[in-house]
Design a protein around this ligand. Structure first.
Ligand SMILES: Nc1ncnc2c1ncn2[C@@H]1O[C@H](COP(=O)(O)OP(=O)(O)OP(=O)(O)O)[C@@H](O)[C@H]1O
Ligand SMILES: [Mg+2]
Length: 278
């Protein structure tokens, strides 16, 4: 492992505010909670790992972390110990069943759900230390537009907004996108529509959201905001079954419709990250 990983997580040399989003960091976020971010992050990571990518998923939902539950992993050392200086970063990195690495927040992170300068500094330091070691770092963020969520998203070069076809999820997704455009000058936002009931639902929803954005969200002239439809994941009973068994869907039921959709999503994300100039 690199020296950076073994150094103290509170190096005074670390800038408090990131100057620009970090390449290869992909944030998975949403307006409304419970839409499937953690499920998507974990299974997307496993699908990307299957494609030969070296992936780390960071549980960036500090206050209400639950990636550990989905992956059935309960490590003794977590991000909390790194933040409090009790452990080194490398000791908190765990191998997940899907062939990727995870950095779990663990319990006791509630104090980090408020964005203090220390939280910003620790977060930034941790992510920039991990970056050289992985092809992609996925951030499983919390929902909404709290300071901590927006800060985690601000570190990412790519943002995936997960939404379901429910009107409440779509209005919250729209509100989040508006903030990401206004505060982070995002011009490309990737959309994953989860729990769809019909083929083509997600593309139609993305087109509708794009039309509303075009009408009401003013960006600088010539700088249009573009929603990129990355894919739909159908509503699938197997998802609940896999979560109840605390298994990855793409491992326990690789042939089910949601798992196939996740494999397609991984292929599209990998392709767009490779072709996109940094
Ligand atoms: N494609 C799907 N088909 C059926 N059920 C699904 C699907 N995706 C997610 N779910 C259900 O939604 C639940 C919530 O998913 P998940 O915990 O990933 O959401 P989340 O967005 O991470 O929530 P939070 O905002 O609390 O972090 C899952 O436990 C599962 O039961
Ligand atoms: Mg979650």
């Amino acid at each position: 492992m690199s020296d950076i990983l073994t150094s103290s997580p509170r190096s005074p040399a670390v800038p408090v505010v990131p100057l620009k989003p970090l390449g290869k960091v992909v944030a998975v976020t949403s307006g409304k909670g419970g839409v499937g971010k953690t499920f998507v992050s974990a299974n997307l990571a496993a699908s990307l790992a299957k494609r030969g990518q070296k992936i780390l998923v960071l549980d960036a939902d500090l206050g209400l972390a639950n990636l550990d539950v989905v992956l059935n992993l309960y490590p003794k050392i977590t991000l909390h110990d790194v933040f409090t200086g009790k452990a080194k970063l490398e000791e908190a990195i765990v191998r997940a069943p899907g062939g990727f690495s995870v950095l779990l927040a663990g319990s006791g992170m509630v104090e980090y759900s408020r964005l203090t300068p220390n939280v910003r500094e620790d977060f930034l330091h941790i992510i920039s230390s991990l970056l050289p070691l992985y092809d992609i770092v996925l951030l499983d963020t919390g929902a909404g537009i709290s300071d901590v969520v927006l800060f985690a998203v601000s570190l990412a070069s790519e943002v995936i907004v997960v939404a379901t076809p429910e009107p409440t999820s779509l209005t919250d997704a729209y509100a989040t996108i508006k903030v990401l455009v206004g505060e982070q000058q995002r011009r490309v936002i990737r959309m994953v529509i989860n729990q769809t009931n019909r083929m083509g639902d997600g593309r139609a929803i993305t087109t509708q959201l794009q039309q509303v954005l075009d009408r009401f969200v003013v960006s600088k002239p010539g700088e249009k905001v573009r929603l990129v439809h990355m894919g739909d994941i159908p509503s699938d009973l197997s998802v609940r079954q896999a979560i109840m068994k605390r298994q990855l869907l793409i491992q326990s039921m690789p042939g089910c419709p949601a798992a196939l959709a996740l494999a397609q999503l991984a292929a599209k994300l990998q392709e767009s990250l490779i072709t996109q100039p940094r």
